[in-house]
Design a protein around this ligand. Structure first.
Ligand code: F6R
Length: 288
């Protein structure tokens, strides 16, 4: 069995990895949040591979979980940005993010690098590392495009929405992890309540909280999740939601469209997350 453990943004990158492992490598694995991992250590043994993901390599819950899993005989691979860290020291194998230090509290560039590593790992499972590497080398220009074409619009949007008390972020499949990450960034730097969730879960409670003009960020690239996610956006809109869509495909139901370039469908997380980081940033600036 393969278990990925991490906290915060690193855990959301791991969730993208989980979908990639299944989709590309045909391998099921679980992602366990590090603060809960200790409660599952009874099912860890020497047949277990633990992948620990941590930007800093110093997060206490990750370290504790890894120590317990190692004591139970598991093999440990870590994905870290700081090679001289406690986590790296504890690991049998270390994959380095090589990003340089994250200057602010919010993980941004390391999140992208974690996505890149999971993409490379999943393609390595089918002996296609080089194919994945070539695909990734085209992504810088796509990410720049996603930033440049949205910058001015996101500044205006942040002025409009800065006094809202709650945001909801919805998506399906691997994009669901980006909904969670978008919401985390917003909470962390602009102190606005935000929730990210799989779009299909909206109807199990959260829909009741959507009122006239509640912002709902819908991550709906033109991939295998598009039409089902759009149906969920329509449900939210019928309750009065203000729909902010992150997509490369237009629709009448959007109130605000964050345009992203078309990319390979397994790489959409890289171009959808960056405008959401920028939205959180401009909302924080607008709120002073
Ligand atoms: C989010 C953020 C935190 C970290 C979390 C884990 O922007 O910075 O949620 O992702 O504290 O930190 P690392 O990855 O260093 O273990």
């Amino acid at each position: 069995q393969v278990i990925i453990t991490a906290c915060g943004s690193s855990r959301y990158a791991a969730l993208v990895g989980r979908y990639l492992f299944s989709n590309v490598g045909k391998k099921f694995c679980d992602v366990v949040m590090a603060s809960e991992f200790g409660y599952f250590v009874d099912s860890v043994d020497k047949g277990t591979l633990v992948i620990a993901v941590s930007q800093s390599g110093e997060t206490a819950d990750v370290i504790e979980g890894v120590k317990a899993a190692k004591a139970a005989g598991a093999e440990i691979i870590s994905i870290v940005n700081r090679p001289n860290s406690i986590l790296a020291d504890l690991s049998h194998h270390v994959i380095s993010l090589n990003c340089g230090p994250e200057v602010g509290v919010a993980a941004t560039k390391t999140f992208l690098s974690q996505l890149a590593i999971f993409y490379l790992l999943s393609f390595s499972m089918i002996n296609s590392f080089n194919k994945a590497r070539i695909q990734l080398s085209n992504m810088s220009s796509k990410i720049t495009e996603a930033l440049n074409c949205n910058n001015d619009g996101l500044i205006k949007l942040s002025h409009k929405l800065k006094d809202k008390s709650s945001f909801y972020y919805i998506a399906r499949g691997m994009n669901f992890a980006i909904a969670s990450e978008g919401a985390l960034k917003l909470k962390e730097i602009s102190y606005i309540h935000a929730e990210g969730m799989p779009a299909g879960e909206l109807k199990h409670g959260t829909l009741a909280l959507i009122e006239q003009d509640t912002p709902v960020v819908v991550i709906c690239p033109a991939d295998y999740t598009y039409s089902e996610t759009l149906s969920n956006a329509i449900e939210a809109k019928s309750r009065g939601a203000y729909i902010i869509a992150v997509s490369d495909k237009e629709s009448d139901i959007y109130d605000f469209w964050i345009r992203i370039p078309k990319v390979d469908e397994l790489l959409y997380p890289m171009v959808t997350v960056v405008p959401l980081q920028l939205l959180a940033y401009y909302l924080a600036v607008s709120r002073g």
